[in-house]
Ligand binder design. Structure first.
Ligand SMILES: [Zn+2]
Ligand SMILES: [Zn+2]
Ligand SMILES: [Zn+2]
Length: 140
């Protein structure tokens, strides 16, 4: 089983059962996870604990927000070098599959540079591509 303890230590986080299990779930799932996914998967933890865990992970640069058209806030594991609070380095494209409904990080595909008009300053950007993923390709 994947050892998540070094990741928690690296981000100066105390080990808790909830943190370890949620982190393991993020790494294993390899797709964006919503609050309700988490609640369904972990009925042993209460909602507040799960919310706080997500918040902590996002602030620490362990997971990042993923925007798709489901209307629900989703999060995925950060593979890029995200360390300092609110300094996420994730600038990759997200892909939402219209067949299986999963939204995944395309870590190697960087969001194209967009030149903004004068006076506009970007803080973050989201880039979503919809279509058929590699797992559904054969069935499509
Ligand atoms: Zn990140
Ligand atoms: Zn798919
Ligand atoms: Zn991502």
């Amino acid at each position: 089983m994947f050892d998540v303890v070094p990741i928690l230590q690296q981000h100066q986080l105390r080990r808790t059962d909830c943190r370890e299990q949620v982190l393991r779930y993020f790494i294993r799932t390899n797709a964006a996870i919503s609050h309700s996914d988490l609640e369904q998967h972990f009925d042993t933890f209460d909602r507040v604990t799960l919310y706080r865990t997500l918040e902590t992970f996002e602030n620490k640069g362990i997971i990042h927000k993923v925007v798709d058209d489901s209307g629900a806030a989703k999060f995925a594991f950060c593979e890029d070098n995200c360390h300092a609070p609110h300094k996420h380095a994730d600038s990759h494209v997200h892909f939402q599959c219209t067949q299986c409904g999963k939204t995944v990080c395309l870590h190697k595909i960087t969001i194209p540079f967009v030149k903004l008009p004068e006076g506009f300053y970007a803080e973050e950007s989201q880039y979503l591509i919809k279509g058929t993923c590699d797992k559904c390709e054969i069935l499509a």
